[in-house]
Design a protein around this ligand. Sequence first.
Ligand SMILES: NC(=O)c1ccc[n+]([C@@H]2O[C@H](COP(=O)([O-])OP(=O)(O)OC[C@H]3O[C@@H](n4cnc5c(N)ncnc54)[C@H](O)[C@@H]3O)[C@@H](O)[C@H]2O)c1
Length: 420
Amino acid sequence: MAGAGVAVIGLGYVGLPLAARAVECGLTVIGVDVSRVVVDGLRAGRSHVEDVSDAQVQRMLDQGFRPLLTDDDAPTAEVHVICVPTPLGADGGPDLTAVRSAGAWIARKLKPGALVILESTSYPGTTEDVLLPILQESGLQGGRDFHLAFSPERIDPGRSTHSYRTVPKVVGGLTPACRDAAVAFYSPLVDTVITTRGLREAEMAKLLENTYRHINIALVNEMARFCDLLDIDIWDAIDAAATKPFGFQRFEPGPGVGGHCIPIDPQYLGHYVQERTGEQFRFVHLAQEINAAMPDYVVSRVERMLQERGRSLNTARVLLLGVTYKADVADDRETPARPIAALLTECGAQVLVHDPLLPEWSPPDLEVTPVAIDAIGDCDVAVLLQAHRTFDLPVIAEAVPVLLDTRGVLPRTSAGVERL
Ligand SMILES: NC(=O)c1ccc[n+]([C@@H]2O[C@H](COP(=O)([O-])OP(=O)(O)OC[C@H]3O[C@@H](n4cnc5c(N)ncnc54)[C@H](O)[C@@H]3O)[C@@H](O)[C@H]2O)c1
């Protein structure tokens, strides 16, 4: 079988856009995944990732892109990029099972002179301490026989203001030659490549970015709670503060953090710091505590809105609008809609959900009823959790009796609307 230029291992939100960009730049690309659903879909020209269209997948296939299962007979590649998930394990610590098995897959095929890059987010030391020994089971030595680098992925699914090309790529290598090999790989794909002193600095850069978001979201979430008690409009204060041309970045309160980065990556870092130094990363713990309490807070606000109208939560029909973890992305991983729905049910409320991106959303462990847009008025209170672009918000606000706007997107003056 002829060799491939690039093998992308893990074809999800990170791997598929990378594969698409590499094909666009004229590279020969294979994509490898453990999921038959993913591979069969791509082979049939279907994308499961919003940032890559079906038409793009078809163009990729036309240009030689080959989606393969890990069990398939794959050609050897010059560059291997690992984009597999790095979730939390049952103990709340890092679960690197997928990184390990992707490494073992590569080790079976590794050829002298090849480049291996880890893009999955993990704690500092993962590339050198976990991945390198697995790759060296090939009999080849990293830094001498093959290059090894870490390059964190920084995509933001659903964001249209940046493309793969315009987001600078950070690269750290096991050796300077490894770093240079990775820079040479990414240079045609992106406008800017930034290098770090080593692997650990590149790994830490990604965790710093996401921990920074996590902590600043916690800051405004906590402020939103006491601003409500002090009768201060937090949204107005944020609008005013955001006019400062330097020294301030806008973050907004919300119903809780979701997805597979913000709630998880800082935990990787906290776990690593504790394990290696015995110290607690206190900021991470505090931010985690504050953000994790937001679903409870949302439910308490719903209860208060009902009580003000002479209703009680245990007989109410509560509609959740937007159940994905972020706006305009059909992804419900770690979505705050889950704990909110569970808490409402625990309180005796009947939970209705409406989300055009996940119209049938009804996880088996939750008691929720999906409703169509023309049935949203049949509730006692609605909670806007995600402001999808496709929502006609003024029409929605008009259709429901009262609405808690957790995203601060509806005008303050709308009748029956309260902001978080
Ligand atoms: N999604 C984001 O916004 C984002 C942004 C930056 C970084 N990251 C990080 O990138 C990594 C991947 O995230 P994602 O969102 O693309 O995940 P994803 O779940 O969308 O995709 C991962 C893919 O890897 C496949 N896979 C799992 N184990 C495998 C294995 N052993 N071999 C081959 N394929 C395997 C899965 O079937 C899946 O298709 C994670 O570490 C994540 O934290 C994600």
